[in-house]
Design a protein around this ligand. Structure first.
Ligand SMILES: NC(=O)c1ccc[n+]([C@@H]2O[C@H](COP(=O)([O-])OP(=O)(O)OC[C@H]3O[C@@H](n4cnc5c(N)ncnc54)[C@H](O)[C@@H]3O)[C@@H](O)[C@H]2O)c1
Ligand SMILES: O=P(O)(O)OC[C@H]1O[C@H](O[C@H]2[C@H](O)[C@@H](O)[C@@H](O)O[C@@H]2CO)[C@H](O)[C@@H](O)[C@@H]1O
Ligand SMILES: [Mn+2]
Length: 440
């Protein structure tokens, strides 16, 4: 089996320890020659990098491991680029969440005005990353987690239409599958799901078992009877438990399909905005929780000189997914994952340029998505509105257009009112001066 060279862009991310753990766990199907962590923040990179040295020495000493802030070292001679950057970091995420809430609309990492602001920041760095990678490793696969994945995917498709080796992914569908598995006490690995939508904006239509029975009706029934919790509920903060709990309301109101958790921001925008605390948002929860814990534990591991029994290298769907996707592509395994691809007729009544999230078989030539066919009016209407918002966001960035930015936010279901959209947009422009192009 081929031994791979891989780089993690955003090597100082809170998710890096989990991905590294997944890499060591999957060596049998995804052998490694060289692993590089790359980040623009030297301090973050050093903490995670020093921890990773210990992890590899203990779990896979044969792997050449380095960390760097140098692009040439990071991107030269790579087979896979795993990308998970956050332009502006958590302090900007905090503004994305708090500024819209100050105007009474949803403030969320990837949805609504917050997702718009984050998207406008991510596009610039993501374009730069692809150009750099292609300069130093023309054939590398780029697997991207960077959010908002829907907007990033659309922007990269626009700017690099002929690049067939960029794949945008999200772990939320597989997290939902794991959570359904826990709910009905069934091995989620045996599920065969059908799913359609945009990223953070989709539905499971069926969840088949290995005998061809659709388990979706049973899952919906159980949710209606006893509520819904994430597979790793014991490790979740309260805000995520609240988010999962509201799936019950969505299933009651719209019982046809099983919704992605993120749809609640669009289906109940006023109710959700009223529930969110504009003084203490998810960004605060993460900075006080996951970020603090990951960095403290990594420092502690370095002091102790061992990563054995560490909590920080706990492994979940996030780490597993990106490594398994890489293994499926590299070894032509043709396993099925839910990924983000150009529509090109997969949902037959949506336009070709929509970046849809669907089940696809992943092999050496990339994703081969399974056909979905026609979708019904409710879903088509929601998706087309959201796609128009995403497209206008990308165009606002590429053209430096204030009008398109205002159109995008007005179309977003979490805002709707154009006067409110203008107020939020102006406040976000002020907060993002360092990152966005000038909008005229
Ligand atoms: N698609 C998904 O389902 C999914 C799941 C989890 C996280 N994410 C995304 O993964 C990313 C990381 O999340 P996090 O919460 O760990 O954030 P984080 O801030 O802890 O980590 C991001 C890292 O990226 C670095 N960075 C910023 N700009 C960079 C650039 N241009 N080049 C290289 N590195 C850069 C930062 O310095 C930071 O260390 C975010 O975009 C997040 O939204 C996506
Ligand atoms: O609010 P955060 O930073 O904790 O999470 C935001 C991300 O939420 C989803 O990711 C899940 C992930 O699916 C799962 O593996 C698990 O570990 O928890 C995460 C949430 O904490 C979402 O898919 C991502 O796009 C978000 O960035
Ligand atoms: Mn996601």
């Amino acid at each position: 089996m081929k031994q791979h060279n891989i780089v993690l862009v955003g090597g100082g991310s809170t998710w890096t320890p989990g991905i590294l753990k997944a890499l060591t766990k999957h060596l049998h199907e995804f052998p490694l020659k060289r692993v590089v962590l790359y980040d623009v923040d030297e301090e973050r990179q050093e903490v995670i990098g020093e921890f990773a040295k210990i992890l590899f020495a203990e779990e896979a000493p044969e792997v050449e491991f380095t960390y760097t802030t140098n692009k040439i070292e990071a991107y030269s001679d790579m087979d896979f680029v795993f990308c998970q950057m956050r332009t502006g970091g958590y302090p900007m995420r905090e503004k994305d969440e708090k500024i819209p809430l100050g105007f009474g609309v949803i403030g969320q990492e990837t949805c609504g005005a917050g997702g718009f602001a984050y998207g406008m920041r991510s596009i610039r760095d993501m374009i730069e990353m692809v150009n750099d990678v292609r300069h130093y490793s023309a054939d590398a696969w780029i697997l991207n987690y960077t959010n908002p994945a829907a907007i990033v995917a659309l922007a990269l498709d626009r700017v690099f239409p002929d690049d067939k080796k960029i794949l945008n992914i999200c772990d939320q569908p597989v997290n939902l599958l794991r959570s359904y598995g826990r709910l009905i006490n069934y091995d989620y690995n045996k599920f065969e799901p059908t799913y359609f939508g945009l990223n953070h904006f989709g539905w499971f239509t069926h969840i088949f078992d290995e005998n061809g029975n659709d388990l979706a009706p049973k899952i919906k029934e159980m949710i209606l009877q006893g509520g819904f919790r994430p597979v790793d509920a014991e490790q979740r903060d309260q805000s995520w438990l609240d988010t999962y709990a509201l799936v019950e309301d969505m299933v009651r109101d719209f019982p046809e399909y099983l919704p992605n958790t993120y749809l609640q921001y669009y289906l109940y925008p006023q109710y959700k905005a009223a529930k969110l605390d504009s003084h203490h948002t998810r960004a605060n929860e993460v900075m006080e929780g996951r970020e603090k814990k990951v960095f403290e534990e990594c420092r502690d591991i370095v002091l102790k000189g061992t990563a054995k029994k560490s909590q920080v290298v706990h492994n979940d769907a996030h780490g597993d997914m990106i490594v398994e996707v890489a293994a499926s592509i590299s070894n032509n395994l043709r396993r099925t994952y839910i990924v983000i691809v150009p529509n090109n007729g997969i949902v037959s009544n949506l336009s070709n340029d929509v970046m849809i999230e669907v089940a696809a078989s992943l092999g050496i030539n990339g994703p081969a998505p399974y056909a979905v066919g026609e979708i019904e009016s409710f879903y088509k209407g929601l998706i087309e509105g959201q796609h128009a918002y995403e497209k206008l966001t990308v165009e606002a960035y590429l053209e430096g257009s204030y009008t398109k930015a205002l159109q995008a936010l007005t179309l977003n279901r979490t805002i709707v009112d154009a006067k409110k959209a203008r107020l939020v947009l102006d406040a976000l422009i002020e907060a993002n001066k360092e990152y966005w192009p000038e909008l005229k």
